[in-house]
Design a protein. Sequence first.
Length: 311
Amino acid sequence: MPNKNPIKTWMSLSRLPFHSVGVLPFVLGSMLGWRVCSQMNIPVFGLGLAAVVLIMLMTYLNGECFDIKEDSLSAKIGKNPFSGGSQLIVHNIVDARRVKAVSLASITAACAIGLLLQFYYKTGAWTIPLGATGILAGGLYSLPPIRLVKWGIGEMLIGYCYGWLPIAVGFYLQSDGIAPIVHWMAIPVACTIFNVILINEFPDYVPDSTTGKRNLLVRIGKKKAAKIYAFAAAISWIIFFVSARMYFPYPVAILYFPVFLLSAVVAVMMLIGYYDKDKLLMFMCGGTIIINLATTAIYIAGVVLTDGKIQ
């Protein structure tokens, strides 16, 4: 039974550890903007980061409110740390109406920050449009009747919203433009977060298919999904090494090598079919999150370690 402590309850609902997958790419984009333009607007960085966190909070809370059927069935079958949500609404620990109210307040605050950034700090004409794409994708991901998660495209939208978008927005807010380096670095981050979402669907395969949640895994099956996972992982390896060679000193690629090895191991395990073994699947899910976070963190390290401007 989940803890009834209000602070722990809302921390669990907010999925605070999973905010890191959006925060780090935004930091990366902001750092790139700083290196390319030789300046960092701290208030703009702080406000932009707050908006990113608020949009993620709205997305996670909506998932808690509108995935109740799947989460409830997942708990009955055998919940693991990467499936079934927090179970706090399922077990009536917190009222769904309160969660929806906090979700609405979060997105309202994010919109207010967007207006402040564009019209007060003059961060550029694309500030609001870029933010709006994140709000729409995050808001409609779980929200009925659209529920993008059941269209089989939710995983790709996550790749966009947690890969290219935060890096591009972080860079744009500091530079009023988007340089080619943003696209190069966004590809490995997008591929790895795509794989995080894809592999996290494996523990929920039965609940999702039973309740009609037609995500990518349910649509194509486990074997094809495992091949897509391995393909996305391979793309992330290639583009990382290419981009590191283009923009950073060689030690950055050396830092990435353990991440590459872990990613290769998990990809092979997926292809072999170890996704049907619960304990190994938990290792693979956790490993995939580490791969995503480490990929972004190593890019950030490259930005910090590189002397002078990055072209």
